[in-house]
Design a protein around this ligand. Structure first.
Ligand code: ADP
Length: 252
């Protein structure tokens, strides 16, 4: 029963990582992974050492979005993350066969993610990671709950589209983080504009009592960059989209 879920203190903090930030969404397809990848690039552009952990067991997209492939190398008993676009990156998609993800149950998924968190060489004593961005699986079910209970998260941002249905899911995501005492740092509205409307997330953020961090337009370049393995923020650092992500990164 989720309502009675306790908030155990996670013991598995990754070594040499200063801050672990989750990117979550109440439902799939709202652009959570697109935001995770570009936000990570924007944080790196601010001079921070940044890692990206793609924990979306239902549809890991970091390999495609960052253009990385192949199992990570092992060195001295630790996994070596891929390096792409100034990020250190790991993805459940690199560790499992393409169709396995769908059938992973909560405990298996969270075990794999704990492993990637704690057994990856994210940083060293001399060069610790400033921030690790964790792209969570979408939704607010048992898999997500188990995961966020076990993951030492310092804060979460929630991505939503402007529609009422998506916002109701964002509300549930906030409730989930409240249950495990992870602060929700704010809401990001994605795909903002004519098709889905605009401003819904800002109004919802006010209702939830969390910060509204900013909005991102529906923009073909974001999808094309994701498909091509070149995050827009890295590929077009002076463009409008990069500017918006820079603003989001600053707010965190
Ligand atoms: P999620 O992680 O929430 O499932 P994705 O980040 O995978 O969503 O995005 C779903 C699809 O929508 C992808 O094809 C992505 O490229 C596209 N997409 C996401 N955000 C935008 C945007 N603001 N403008 C255009 N396409 C977008």
């Amino acid at each position: 029963d989720q309502g009675r879920a306790k908030a155990p203190v996670p013991t598995d903090r990754p070594a040499h990582v200063r801050r672990v930030l989750a990117v979550a969404s109440g439902k799939g397809g709202v652009g959570k992974s697109t935001v995770s990848v570009n936000l990570a690039c924007a944080l790196a552009a601010r001079g921070l050492r940044v890692g990206l952990l793609d924990a979306d067991v239902y549809g890991p997209s970091a390999p495609t979005m960052l253009g990385i492939s192949g199992k990570p190398a092992y060195e001295d008993g630790a996994m070596v993350p891929h390096e792409a676009w100034g990020l250190k990156a790991m993805s459940v998609g690199l560790l499992m066969k393409a169709d396995d993800a769908m059938i992973w149950r909560g405990p298996m998924a969270s075990q794999a993610i704990t492993q990637m968190l704690t057994q990856t060489r994210w940083g060293t004593e001399d060069e610790p990671l400033d921030v690790l961005v964790v792209d969570l699986p979408p939704g607010t079910g048992d898999v997500q709950l188990t995961l966020i209970q076990k993951t030492p998260l310092d804060g979460a941002v929630i991505v939503s589209t402007p529609q009422e249905v998506a916002l109701a899911d964002a509300r549930r995501a906030k409730t989930l983080f409240d249950r495990v005492n992870v602060p929700t740092l704010g809401l990001i509205e994605n795909m903002s504009g004519d098709v889905f409307g605009r401003g819904g997330a800002e109004a919802e953020a006010a209702r939830l009592g969390v910060d509204f961090l900013g909005d991102l337009p529906l923009d073909a370049a974001l999808r094309e960059g994701a498909d091509a393995g070149v995050p827009v923020v890295a590929g077009d650092p002076d463009g409008d989209i990069a500017g918006r992500f820079s603003g989001l990164a600053e707010a965190l």
